[in-house]
Design a protein around this ligand. Structure first.
Ligand code: GAP
Length: 515
């Protein structure tokens, strides 16, 4: 873990965002609990997603399907037979890894070498530098690029053909060491199913194996007709759902990036066959806009086309975010053809077709899916928000401050009400009255402990976008000081204006209107 990432993880604990699950029993690997601030931030991200998808699209309806589903669901979806990761163990360190991730990390290191050479050359040649020409002509750099393509192609072949022996050989040929211990003493590569199972019923020997859903999408597919009929939707239409999913991940060492219990926000968009690419492009663009509306800079987000398409997909792209450990998948947009509905039709024996009144024909719709992990989005937002900057002190010098510059509409606490001093009753009474009024409109905090400077810093680190300070002048002019977390600007406003001003600046509606 980089230092920045370590700091973010400990900040999450210190400020009540995320705790290790069952911490008093030394924790449970890759399972996390959300604290008082965390649960509010998570709710706000979910609300932003839900409103942007369901409320702002006339033709998208919501669903809340159960976590347990009929076991045949997972046979039909292909998860029982194919939801596998290739795993490899190091015989010396006894650590377990995903074999494909070891190769991907190796490729990433080659990319970093290319980037380093490019940066060096750009500096050397200044305005004359042409990146593409340099990459094509520089012997070492073009060598790295050719090697990247060669490894990618072999990795894709191994995964598509489930050629585990060749995948193990690739790791040996590339001389990849154990990232922790450095040893190259590897076992062979084996397949590992990621689904958790449990049983239904309590009569010994009669239990039926049930799975905890590894994605929420299948709950949408099996309810396709229920929703289509009850909402009288016409193709194209979508079904959106948020909820828990479970995967027995082999590697789970990156905090809430890869968890064994996590939450997904998924939407399946049912379209006419042949129109899927049009909608794929639409959702690709809309979802990127959703991320950028939060103020995330362009250079921190990028598309990444899938090198290996799943057998049922005809297009797939990830939106990646530049986490403290590099660019990684944040969200997937997949064109899944008619695979899922056809499979469920075959396994259930029920017709899952749509009658298109405009075409006067029935067909199995094609599906474009958008799928994002709520926890992973939470980590992206915190990584973006966590900053150390310099601020002016009262004595004219500057000092470091730690601040969470969360998008105001998502911040857990919208404003803190602070009496300047705690031993003057008229001031604390006034502040309490303001707090008691504002709490109907937002999540607020009342804080009178410590000096005003310390309280500002505490709220900055907490991510609170506004502080309302009640001072001696308030008793005279019925106005307060409103302090902005990001600009540090302090303005004087009448008490009866406070709610309107904060509401305007922290409103979810303003954020949604950017879409
Ligand atoms: N229905 C499609 C699907 O589940 P996926 O790429 O496997 O596709 C979608 O997962 C998103 O779910 C990912 O982009 C990621 O944000 C999130 N996700 C997947 N596995 C996760 C895990 N173990 N922990 C946290 N988030 C995860």
């Amino acid at each position: 873990m980089s230092d920045v990432f370590k700091n973010i993880v400990s900040h999450c604990k210190e400020y009540g965002y995320v705790f290790q699950s069952s911490e008093i029993y030394d924790g449970l690997a890759a399972v996390y609990d959300y604290g008082p601030n965390g649960v509010l931030l998570k709710n706000n991200i979910r609300e932003y997603w839900w409103k942007s998808m369901v409320q702002l699209h006339d033709n998208i309806s919501g669903l809340d399907a159960a976590i347990f589903m009929h076991p045949k669901t997972w046979k039909a979806s292909g998860h029982v037979d194919a939801f596998m990761d290739p795993l490899i163990d190091n015989k010396d360190s006894k650590k377990r890894y995903r074999a494909d991730v070891l190769v991907e990390d190796y490729i990433e290191k080659l990319h970093q070498k290319v980037d380093k050479e490019v940066r060096k050359a750009a500096k050397r040649f200044g305005d004359d530098f042409v990146e593409e020409k340099f990459k094509a002509e520089h012997p070492r750099v073009s060598g790295y690029i050719a090697k990247i393509e060669e490894i990618k192609a072999e990795l894709a072949r191994c995964l598509n053909e489930s050629d585990l022996e060749a995948l193990g050989q690739l790791i040996k040929n590339l001389d990849i060491p154990d990232p922790v211990g450095g040893s190259r003493n590897w076992t062979e590569v084996r397949q590992f199913n990621l689904m958790f199972s449990t049983q239904l019923g309590n009569v010994a020997g009669k239990e039926e194996k049930l799975y905890l859903r590894p994605e929420t999408a299948q709950g949408i597919f099996v309810n396709f007709l229920n929703v289509a009929n009850t909402s009288r939707s016409k193709v194209p239409f979508g079904i959106a759902q948020t909820g828990k999913a479970f995967r027995n991940e082999i590697i789970a060492r990156q905090f809430i990036f890869r968890m064994r219990e996590f939450e997904q926000m998924e939407m399946q968009y049912f379209v006419r066959p042949g129109e899927e690419m049009k909608w794929y492009e639409y959702w690709k663009e809309f979802r990127m806009k959703w991320h950028k509306a939060l103020g995330t800079p362009d250079e921190k987000l990028r598309y990444h086309n899938h090198d290996n398409l799943a057998h049922y997909a005809n297009a797939a792209v990830d939106i990646q975010y530049d986490f403290p450990f590099g660019f990684k998948e944040l969200e997937g947009i997949h064109s899944r053809t008619d695979f899922d509905l056809k499979q469920h039709q075959e396994y259930s024996g029920k017709k899952l077709q749509y009658f298109d009144p405009e075409l006067s024909e029935s067909y199995t719709p094609y599906v474009v899916e958008t799928s994002i992990g709520l926890d992973r989005m939470f980590l992206a937002i915190l990584s973006q928000a966590y900053q150390e900057d310099e601020v002016p002190d009262a004595d004219g010098k500057t000092s470091k401050r730690l601040v969470l510059k969360l998008p105001p509409a998502l911040a857990p606490i919208k404003c803190a009400v602070l009496p300047l001093v705690k031993n003057k009753e008229e001031i604390t009474e006034k502040a309490t009255a303001i707090f008691n009024e504002l709490r109907y409109a937002f999540d607020c905090q009342y804080d009178e402990k410590d000096t005003i400077g310390r309280r500002y810093r505490r709220q900055d680190a907490n991510g609170t976008p506004f502080c309302v300070t009640v001072d001696f002048e308030t008793l005279e002019d019925n106005a307060v000081t409103l302090r902005d977390r990001d600009t540090l600007e302090q303005i004087r406003i009448p008490i009866n204006e406070v709610e309107r001003v904060i509401a305007e600046k922290t409103s979810m509606n303003t954020l949604l209107k950017k879409l």
